[in-house]
Design a binder for this molecule. Structure first.
Ligand code: HEC
Ligand code: HEC
Length: 93
């Protein structure tokens, strides 16, 4: 039964191109989502000690030692996007 069905369907060139396009799109979507992950906040003493946005901005403001990139969001909740270090003690911002 299933052998007979296999014989009837002969994948032509167009079928293979179509399948190839689907595979490429799926691959792009999968790779695209993993690239969009935002960098985590480093898990070091400095970052565990900073407990407010003002503290973060001392170093990450435009005059700090490691400024946010140009065009970075002005959003206040840093940890909405950057994962906070393990053992975080402060408020969730
Ligand atoms: C005393 C200065 C200082 C303070 C305060 C500080 N940072 Fe940083 N931060 C740095 C430096 C220097 C780097 C780059 C070197 C490194 O990875 O440690 C960095 C790197 C980062 C990175 C990028 C990590 C990467 O993989 O490139 C993020 C995100 C970040 N900090 C977020 C924060 C947040 C959120 C706060 C507030 C809770 C904060 N920082 C407070 C100095 C600081
Ligand atoms: C809406 C999401 C969002 C919020 C909120 C946010 N960031 Fe970012 N941040 C990003 C993205 C996206 C990047 C681009 C590069 C990456 O980290 O993947 C970035 C990059 C950075 C970098 C540069 C990392 C490096 O070394 O390449 C620093 C430093 C940083 N953010 C600090 C902060 C601080 C401090 C706050 C809070 C005041 C904050 N961010 C809030 C999304 C966000």
């Amino acid at each position: 039964m299933s052998d007979q069905q296999k014989l009837k369907w002969q994948p032509g060139k167009r079928d293979l191109i179509f399948l190839g396009i689907i595979a490429a799109v799926v691959l792009l979507l999968v790779l695209g989502t993993s690239e969009r992950t935002t960098k985590a906040v480093p898990d070091d003493a400095t970052h565990r000690a900073a407990t407010s946005k003002a503290a973060c901005m001392v170093c990450h403001g435009s005059a700090g030692i490691h400024p946010q990139p140009k065009g970075h969001t002005k959003a206040d909740q840093c940890f909405q996007c950057h994962v906070q270090p393990k053992g975080w003690k402060g408020a969730s911002r």
